[in-house]
Design a protein around this ligand. Structure first.
Ligand code: ATP
Ligand code: MG
Length: 286
């Protein structure tokens, strides 16, 4: 039995199921849409795929199709859980945290590629949130490291968070930068206010999926708080690197969470490069 299979079994033993059979939850599509956001003059973020590729966060062009196919498999159950399509809807399933046990396992890679893949879906909108405030990799790569964002929304409850969200030139994709750094950044992210902010981000638009690139579970406390605010958690596991006890420790922190999925990153090597992917495990039987 592989490391991930063992971990999944452990999860199945410890985690309760999300929605009891017979409890038909309201689909998010059934919830009346709030008024459309006001038109603003927020500059559109230009996403430079070449720069992301050069930074190692997108695959080389010849391998894009294969990776896109793998992400299709990864996103389907996440969408089903978020919107109740063909599956029981997970409460707050549209709030998805991407995390890992340790640093460097591919959280940012997974968040970005998953965001692009979800944005292809016509009827949903992806809000990618840079919630790794200690290493705001996404904000830096997209050139918004000095823009207001999540930290500012956490700091000031009177701030209109929607005005901090940057629409992008990729259809259906917008970005909330990490925000202006401060000494209390970690405490802000770990505060109860984070739950309110996460909920508010998800409430604005019923088509919205909020994807959080987050810090590692075992090396920070704030990541754990973030997972409590989210309906779904994606744990990135780096193949042949993450030691099993470390992964199991991380999963213990998620015990009782409704929907935890695992992505086995870099499990296959391509013939032409180091890029590869993917295994997928889900603790739900749906
Ligand atoms: N599937 C993949 N194929 C090729 N390279 C990858 C893959 N996933 C991650 N990497 C590379 O591994 C490195 C770490 O990835 P990434 O930055 O996504 O990890 P992380 O978990 O976000 O790290 P941190 O905890 O430091 O934020 C990056 O250089 C990235 O290019
Ligand atoms: Mg990262």
């Amino acid at each position: 039995m592989s490391l991930v299979e063992k971990a999944i079994r452990k999860l199945q033993e410890s985690a309760p199921r999300g929605v009891a059979p017979g409890q038909a939850p309201l689909s998010r599509a059934d919830v009346p849409a709030p008024p459309p956001p006001p038109t603003t003059n927020i500059p559109v973020l230009s996403i430079d795929r070449g720069a992301l590729r050069a930074a190692g966060l997108l695959p080389p062009e010849p391998e894009e199709r294969q990776l896109a196919q793998q992400y299709r498999l990864i996103k389907r159950p996440l969408i089903a859980n978020a919107f109740g399509r063909g599956a029981a809807q997970v409460p707050n399933g549209h709030l998805i945290v991407v995390t890992s046990a340790m640093s460097g396992e591919g959280k940012t890679f997974t968040s970005l590629n998953l965001a692009f893949s979800l944005a292809v879906e016509r009827d949903l909108h992806v809000l990618l949130v840079d919630a790794d405030v200690a290493k705001p990799h996404i904000s830096r790569l997209l050139g918004v490291a000095n823009s207001e964002g999540l930290l500012d929304a956490l700091r000031d409850p009177n701030l209109d968070m929607e005005s901090l969200i940057r629409p992008s030139d990729v259809a259906n994709l917008s970005v909330l930068p990490a925000g202006m750094p401060s000494r209390d950044a970690t405490e802000l992210l770990a505060s109860q206010r984070m739950q309110q902010v996460a909920a508010a981000l998800g409430e604005r638009d019923r088509r919205r999926v909020v994807l959080f690139d987050s810090p590692p579970l075992l090396q920070t406390t704030e990541s754990h708080v973030l997972t409590q605010a989210a309906g779904q958690v994606v744990v990135v596991v780096r193949a042949e690197t993450t030691p099993q006890p470390v992964l199991l420790d991380a999963l213990k922190l998620l015990a009782g969470h409704t929907a935890v999925s695992m992505v086995l990153n870099q499990s296959m090597k391509s013939a032409t490069s180091d890029y590869y992917y993917y295994g997928y495990g889900d603790d739900r039987s749906t």
